[in-house]
Every structure is written in C-alpha cells, then in structure tokens.
Design a protein around this ligand. Sequence first.
Ligand code: ATP
Ligand code: MG
Length: 441
Amino acid sequence: MRLSKFFMPILRDDPKEAEIVSHKYMLRAGMIRQESAGIYSWLPLGLKVLKKIENIVHEEQAKTGANELLMPTIQSADLWRQSGRYEDYGKEMLRITDRHDRDMLYGPTNEEMITSIFKSGVQSYKDMPLNLYHIQWKFRDEVRPRFGIMRGREFLMKDGYSFDMTPQEGKHAYNKMFVAYLRTYARMGLKAIPMRADTGPIGGDSSHEFLILADTGESEVFFDKAFYDMDWSTFEIDYDDKQAVASVVDDFTSKYAAAEEIHNQEEFDAKVPKDRQVSGRGIEVGHIFFFGTKYSKPLGALVQDAEGNQVPVQSGSYGIGVSRLVGGIIEASHDENGIIWPQAVAPFDVGIINLKSGDAATDKQCEQLYGDLQAAGFDVLYDDRDDRAGAKFARMDLIGLPWAITVGPRGVKSGMAEVKNRKSGEKTDVPFSDVGKFISQ
Ligand code: ATP
Ligand code: MG
C-alpha cells in the first residue's frame, strides 16, 4: 500500500479525551474515530489489526474442532423472556421496538439464541459433542464507556458455546477452550493470566477470566510470581488427549491468581510466600464459563442419550474481547514514540520511508524495494509522500510497524538501506537485495 493512497488521518496533537495510552495512540494513528459515546468507526489501519486478531482467533478455534457460524446482532425479546434474563439484564440491554410493536434487542451475548439453534439442529447424542462460535458485534449500554474501544458500548466479541452429554465431557470442552485461549493470546505476544472468576450459584472451579497486566487495567489482580516462569510459548497439544489438556489446565490453575472481586488474602498468604506475591492491575481480555444445564433446562435443550433418555445438555460459554484486544496489545507494547506491534498483529509487516520523494533515483530504488518485498510476501506500507523526513520518522514510529526501511539519496549511491527494528530501536545498513532476507530472520 502506498501511503499517498491510504486513508490514515494522523493527529499531530494528543487528543484531550484520551486518558490512557492505547486510546491516545489509536486516535493519533488514525485507527478509529468516535461516532458517539462508546461507538467507533474502524478506519483502515485499525481494521487491519482487528482482522489480524480475528484471524488468530479463527485459526486457534479451528484447531479445537469448533464450528464457526454467524448469528445476527438483533434478537427477539421472546427468547430472553424464556430464559428469564430479559428483565434481569437491566439497563445494559439496548431494547428496540420494531414497526409491528415487537420487542427486539441488540444482543449483548448469545446464550439464548445458540441454545435455540442447538435445540433445532441436534436431538441425539450421536451429533455430540459440539462447539459453535461466532465473532460478532455486541451492544451493552455501559454506564461509563471509556478508554476508547477498551470499554465500548458496541464492541466485537468472539463468543463460543460448548454442548456435551455429561459433566465430565463438558469439563473437557472447557479445558480445551482454556488451552486454546492461552495459545491465542500467546500468538498475539500476550501473557494473559487465567484467574479464577466468580461462578455465582454454580460454584466450583468452572470460570476463569484471562487478564493481561497493564497499569491502566480496570481490575486489581493478585497472583503468584511463578506465572512469570511458566511456558507461555504456543505449545503443541493434542486436543483429543483429555489427560494432556487437563494437565495444562491444572498447571495454570494450581497457582494462585484472582481479581479483586474474588481475591482472598488469607488463602493468598497460605498458598504463596510473601516474596512471590504480586499485585497489580489487569485488563480482562477473555472469560470462560462452564454452566452445566443453566440454559438448557429452562430452554428445554434435551438430547437423547445412548439409553434413550432425554437429558438436558451440558454447556459452557467462552468469550474473547476481540476489539478490546487491540487496545490491550497497545497497553502492553508501546513506548513514548508510539505503538510497537507484535509481528503477528501488525497492520503491515514493514514500512518503507522515501527520504526524498521526487528524486528520480530514490523513487526508483524505493519502487524496486516495494515491489521486491511484496513479491517476497510482505505486506508493505510505502511512505511515498512528500513530507519532511522528521515527520515521516515520527509517523512510522507512531504506527509501530515491526520494521522501517529508510531509503535516501546517500543510501542509493552506496547500495544500502537503513533497516530499523521498531522494538529494539536497532538500525542496520543492509544491501537493497538482502532486505527481505534480513527482516525475515
Ligand atoms: P467486564 O468485566 O470488562 O465488563 P464482562 O465480564 O462483562 O466484562 P464478558 O461477558 O465476560 O464481559 O465478555 C467477554 C469479553 O468481552 C470480556 O472478557 C472482555 O474482554 C470483552 N468485553 C466485555 N465488555 C466489553 C466492552 N464494554 N467493551 C469492549 N470489550 C468488552
Ligand atoms: Mg467477564
């Protein structure tokens, strides 16, 4: 993509409304634009990141055998009356009346609808187990939308739902998602610590929130320093191997980690020596829940088992804050000059800065490099605009591409490009023909 043809409205000054760094950089880099409180347009640069995150989610879900579908944003109130949640949900639910006076709502989540879809499509244990998910916009009329897309009213969520015949199989489905979530976040360069979460009346060890650490996080969190030494790499796993999956879950859940609502200092003291106790702030980027028959019973989702009995299905739900992750990643990875994208979610792999647009030899060299890098499979942003060098460097740092390649008349003469690694700041002179090789190792 040529910058001269790319819509990326950069703001020179810090926007007043931004209280946290991710919000500030997202606005300054022209990734998003606020349309009303907690409701945003995703501009091209922001949308590219959002899609990369979605893709990682899809790939990791596919490995578990989950099925992608797509449910609508607008739902009928009747389903929610059956589950009893229509009144309970309160003011966070955006309620809509259509022209025939029917009560509709903009979905804040999809347990009711998915249970109904499941019910109409599955009658027998032979069609089980099943995990269905989608990535869809949600609306929650938050009292205090803030921090940009971190706490929006309209936001993009991956929500998945598991269906099993027995509590044991349901637990395995839960464990699979637990591991898939660890892998998903790790691919985005994040350590998202699974923390025990409130399960309400169901109880037990059946709900976890995944939090990434950041000073601007909304929750206070308490955990064992031992998490720092764990294997966060995207370890390989056979999802059909119940033992292997359970042992990863056990490994992570055996260590103390809890957000403030559920934190118990006595238990923390008993389990974790003082010098290993860490507290800080965290951003919730995911939440998984095993709720057994909570929705299948009231909604009558029964399945025939091998003995011919009609049994209520065991289910769980699994959410990832897809749009929130864009901000979360920035909170976890930035410096005073801008964003530092982890490679896997960067909007472009590499940027080319033409130091002297209009100079025939420099233009030619840039065009050549632009073409070569694209042919080698890189997604390239070529800054071909006629701006001052300082402005170009600042803009490239702000948008945080992993690599920036500077081409100027002097380099053209000596046959060298200057390659800068955004993360380390390290600059290396590399012959033009070796740039692709250099940045891929
Ligand atoms: P929170 O405690 O942050 O309000 P929640 O517990 O209500 O979130 P869930 O119902 O668990 O949210 O939704 C799954 C995920 O969706 C959350 O882990 C979070 O990452 C994301 N999410 C929830 N609410 C918002 C929001 N208002 N804006 C952006 N992302 C959100
Ligand atoms: Mg939650």
